[in-house]
Design a protein around this ligand. Structure first.
Ligand code: GCU
Length: 745
């Protein structure tokens, strides 16, 4: 078949390049240079060209007044560098303070002037021990930052029980300067609420990244272990700056080769780079590895030879990597091998691996993303049905890792019913940072509000206030072990994440993993100040765009609780017409269930009864079409096209209204961004502007294709003032995208 390379273009969706009055690129570059020179002459702050590589750790010079104040406070740095962690902490402070203040602080063994910055632990720095600070309760990763009198002189102290805590505290202090905070009376205490804060790389060993939209895998297996790309160090710095303390290097659809000695040497080399930054390495384990690389005839977890094989393999890993974190496992899901292939349960499989890593202090993160192709039941219900009966059977170093919603990282999902339903098991949250279902890397969608919505959702498992955050941080049931995982959006692209704004999703993931109760807006403010500009004239409009962006994408893709309507396989663009193929629950029609009478998946007690998997107060709300949050209306209910919604519109009119509202929001984002020209460096401004043009075009495509399709069921006219789809339904159905990135291999 000849593949077409057609991307829908709409009348009026003019590219920024085509736009009248826009200066051609080379001329613009010359004008930009001239502009910079003039600005420099006028002593105005100059926007530097930037490619995004430095993420939020740019440490650009602060304005003179602020720098002068900070310089006096941080004139001298007293930070021991006896260990690797201490050494990288000091390096970061020198780099950050030097960059922002125009000169690095002098370094000393002990504070001998006013304006010293003391960094360390009572054990590493006697001056900190003498201060007698309250370090109890900070654990082994927390810290305090305080303005003090040290030996009779004004000083600032970053103190912790461990080197790692002092590293995190140092990044926090740098953030205070990057975001322009007052530092004269500091009194901050921070400790992470979640123990394991982990990135999951879905990176294959051939460097393809499943659902990756930012180039290839950053792990250069061919040149490892001898060549340690400096990018690994910058990756570690970025992660440490937001508190991430673990990384799973390979795809959950795992290749057993990663467990062979050749690859383990490479993994050990990476672990060596990440270790000084407090980051442990984990691996995705393929359950059938004993057969594939171990020469055994079975991978049955009850078979003594299999158990021996995993113990020996684990010992081999720990001999190379003494602080190895443990295994992540996708088993009996989407064709992956698992214990059920041998008549055993998920608990049997997880416990076998847990037993192998336990003597070394490792954990097993066992994924609950399972659904069977032989099971006719609503896919929404299957993970709960499968896992709840095993609550209490998992060893105490097993965490069950649960996606935020029951289907699969859809633009918006109600929280997964497993949260709150397995009190005896630590449940780890799995968020997706890469935007498989949210426009890949070209749509500006800030995920902070989405993470916040899920974490603040109330499971009512132990009465009101039993939020998902409290399940995940372990406080609801008193679990010592807790974790949050994020499927990484990091790749070999110069800007790491495929777009400048997708860096914010990596950033907010880390901050919320540290504190699941943190607010998406405040985090966005920090990120914009550090990444683009501390100028309020930039921060406020950009944060406004970011905060509205998730709702906008939900509106133009899957409003009112619709879900799973994207292109087959690659998941790019709208395809609500997808039907047939190997399994019903990989089609769109399975999920939207549109007919002449109405639309939506009936998951009420009269339908699939998925609602009953939630605690009663939640189930009652979701079950009632009058009380269910409208954002989830069609997730739980099949509703007539002419039924009324809260706006007073009919369901059909509301659907069309929301599609258009989403497109309109992208218009506003474009206008806001255009207005920031000159306040943001030209290089990044240009790329964001171009990507917004793509997003605008694709938002229109989602709206038009969806309306054209659903109108064949509703048979209703468009509400007054609504433009008809630009093309016929056949046109949209015929589009093909052989180049769409990130598909499974
Ligand atoms: C989604 C995604 C797959 C991935 C799977 C998982 O289905 O499309 O690429 O493997 O999730 O989380 O395991």
């Amino acid at each position: 078949m000849v593949h077409t390379d057609r991307r829908p273009r709409h009348p009026g969706a003019m590219s920024a390049q085509d736009r009248p009055g826009r200066t051609p690129r080379p001329q613009r570059a010359i004008l930009a240079v001239l502009g910079c020179l003039l600005a420099a002459l006028a002593c105005l702050p100059v926007a530097q060209a930037e490619d995004g590589y430095e993420l939020w750790l740019r440490y650009r010079p602060l304005d003179a007044e602020q720098a002068g104040d900070y310089r006096a406070r941080f004139a001298q740095l007293v930070a021991p560098a006896q260990t690797d962690v201490q050494r990288v902490t000091r390096e970061e402070l020198v780099r950050g303070l030097g960059g922002m203040l125009g000169r690095a602080p002098t370094q000393a063994q002990r504070a001998d002037r006013a304006g010293a910055l003391l960094v360390g632990t009572p054990a590493s720095l006697p001056a900190i021990a003498r201060l007698g600070l309250e370090l109890e309760g900070l654990g082994d990763e927390g810290y305090l930052i305080r303005s003090v009198q040290a030996d009779g002189r004004a000083a600032t102290v970053v103190a912790a029980n461990t080197d790692a805590g002092a590293l995190y505290g140092s990044f926090h202090l740098l953030r205070l300067l990057q975001t322009g905070q007052a530092v004269d009376a500091l009194d901050l205490r921070e400790a992470p609420k979640v123990k394991l804060r982990v990135l999951n790389h879905w990176d294959d060993l051939n460097r393809h990244v499943e659902r990756g939209y930012s180039g290839q895998s950053i792990w250069d297996w061919h040149r490892l272990p001898d060549w340690l790309d400096p990018r690994y160090t910058d990756y570690a710095r970025a992660n440490a700056s937001i508190g991430i303390n673990g990384t799973v290097l390979n795809n959950v659809n795992a290749n057993a080769q990663i467990l062979t000695p050749m690859y383990l040497d490479k993994v050990a080399a990476l672990a060596g780079v990440l270790r000084p930054y407090g980051i442990r390495v984990y691996l995705s384990a393929r359950f059938s590895a004993p057969m594939e690389i171990g020469g055994l005839k079975t991978a049955d977890p009850e078979d003594p030879a299999v158990r021996r094989w995993w113990r020996a393999k684990t010992d081999e890993i720990y001999a190379l990597i003494p602080d190895f974190g443990g295994f992540l496992v996708k088993a009996n899901s989407e064709g992956q091998p698992g214990p059920q292939d041998f008549g055993r349960s998920h608990a049997d499989g997880a416990n076998m691996l847990a037993e192998a890593v336990a003597p070394h202090g490792g954990v097993v993160m066992w994924r609950a993303f399972v659904y069977s192709d032989e099971e006719p039941d609503d896919r929404h219900k299957q993970a709960y049905t499968e896992f709840v009966p095993h609550d209490g059977e998992f060893r105490d170093n097993v965490l069950v890792q649960v996606k935020n919603g029951a289907i699969d990282f859809q633009p918006r999902e109600p929280f997964h019913p497993l949260f709150g339903a397995m009190p005896k098991t630590p449940l780890m949250m799995e968020f997706q940072i890469t935007k498989e279902y949210l426009g890949f890397a070209t749509h500006l969608v800030y995920l902070g509000p989405m993470y916040e919505e899920v974490l603040r959702a109330d499971t009512h498992a132990r009465g009101a206030g039993s939020t998902v955050a409290r399940v995940v941080d372990g406080s609801l049931e008193g679990h010592a072990l807790s974790g949050i995982a994020g499927v990484a959006n990091i790749g070999s692209d110069r800007n790491w994440s495929g777009s400048h704004f997708d860096q914010a999703n990596w950033y907010v993931f880390g901050r919320m993993a540290w504190d699941p109760d943190a607010g998406a807006r405040a985090i966005a403010q920090d990120w914009v100040r550090m990444t683009f500009s501390p100028d309020d004239a930039v921060v406020e409009p950009v944060v406004g765009m970011m905060m509205a962006s998730h709702q906008a994408a939900v509106d133009y893709m899957t409003p009112l609780g619709l879900h799973h309507l994207m292109g087959r396989g690659h998941h790019y663009g709208p395809a609500p017409w997808v039907e047939g193929g190997p399994r019903a629950d990989w089609t769109s029609v399975y999920f939207h269930r549109a007919t002449k009478d109405g639309i939506g998946f009936d998951r009420t007690t009269g339908g699939s009864d998925a609602v009953s998997q939630y605690a009663r107060p939640v189930a009652e709300v979701f079950n009632d079409p009058a009380r269910v949050p409208e954002d989830f209306l069609l997730w739980f209910h099949h509703r007539p096209w002419t039924s009324r919604v809260s706006s007073g519109r009919s369901l059909w009119d509301e659907l069309v209204h929301r599609y258009s509202r989403g497109v309109g929001e992208v218009d506003r984002m474009q206008a806001t961004w255009t207005g920031l020209q000159g306040r943001v460096d030209d290089e990044r401004h240009h790329q964001v502007e171009r990507f917004l043009a793509i997003q605008r075009n694709e938002a229109q495509w989602w709206r038009d294709a969806s309306i054209a399709y659903f109108q064949t069921f509703s048979g209703l006219p468009l509400p007054a003032g609504e433009a008809p789809p630009a093309q016929s339904l056949e046109y949209y159905k015929a589009l093909e995208f052989p180049h769409a990135p990130g598909d499974t291999q």
